[in-house]
Design a protein around this ligand. Structure first.
Ligand SMILES: NC(=O)c1ccc[n+]([C@@H]2O[C@H](COP(=O)([O-])OP(=O)(O)OC[C@H]3O[C@@H](n4cnc5c(N)ncnc54)[C@H](O)[C@@H]3O)[C@@H](O)[C@H]2O)c1
Length: 239
């Protein structure tokens, strides 16, 4: 039985993960951790002093994930990170710490099958188009922008070429930000935040006379759970 603690247990993703861990025959919910709410530990440190934890699943917020992850990796607790917003240098630091301490760590900006396929299809399409932009659309309680999924998609596409703005004329924004944020290989990312959306992303490719759109929509957080549980088990096989 894998003893799983969930950090961010009272949040939208955390609640779903807690129920999935309880329902899975191979896992046991060892601890619920959250800075808000009753009946939960307030930190991973406090929880680990009271119960044995094999794996921490973290769905909290960009400001706290880095310290949570370092605590786990320094205390022999494997970690599955769903929280987005880590910088490239923070990710590298966690990779190095994981390797040094031989403690498994998995970071995935998106655990849903459809979103992973959308990223893979976009990576393939990137070889055949010189122009591409990304629009990501989320609920208005999301703290980071652009989404981790959009950044990862741009990174994967950037392996194909150096710029996705071929032939664009010189641009002048009359309203700052109108063209979105510039990511890897000049890929513009546009972030929409409003009620009614959960998580959606559209990757748009254009060339003379044609437009290709690759789109994924999540409408229920259950779509992430198979991926989260796969990661909880796989994190034991890293070292
Ligand atoms: N990887 C994926 O597939 C995926 C999918 C959806 C969301 N996310 C990401 O997961 C994160 C959480 O999303 P959400 O919609 O559940 O957010 P949420 O705001 O509903 O939940 C976050 C929870 O974390 C708690 N929290 C914040 N700081 C904490 C800390 N230091 N220690 C303990 N608890 C803390 C909050 O009190 C809250 O209950 C976001 O970064 C989001 O982008 C990732």
């Amino acid at each position: 039985m894998i003893k799983v603690a969930v950090c961010g247990a009272n949040g939208r993703m955390g609640k779903e993960v807690c129920q999935t861990v309880i329902d899975n025959p191979d896992t046991e919910l060892a601890a619920k951790i959250d800075i808000n709410g009753s009946g939960v530990y307030s930190s991973i440190k406090q929880a680990s002093e009271n119960v044995k934890i094999d794996v921490l699943v973290d769905f909290t917020q960009p400001d706290s994930i880095f310290e949570n992850a370092k605590f786990c990796l320094n205390n022999d607790i494997k970690i599955v990170i769903g929280t987005t917003g880590l910088s490239d240098s923070q990710i590298q630091e966690l990779k190095d710490l994981s390797l040094k301490n031989k403690t498994g760590c998995m970071i995935a900006p998106n655990f849903s099958t459809g979103a992973v396929l959308m990223m893979m299809f976009s990576q393939i399409a990137a070889k055949y188009f010189d122009n591409a932009e990304i629009i990501e659309l989320h609920h208005n309680q999301k703290k980071d922008a652009p989404s981790g999924t959009a950044i990862k998609t741009a990174l994967m596409m950037s392996e194909a070429k150096k710029t996705f703005k071929c032939g664009n004329c010189p641009e002048k924004e009359t309203i700052q930000g109108a063209r979105g944020g510039t990511s890897y290989s000049d890929i513009q990312i546009h972030s929409v935040r409003m009620p009614g959306f959960m998580a959606s992303q559209e990757v748009i490719f254009g060339s003379s006379g044609q437009v290709l759109k690759i789109r994924h929509d999540s409408s229920d957080r259950k779509c992430y759970m198979d991926g989260v549980m796969l990661a909880v088990k796989h994190v034991f096989d890293i070292y």
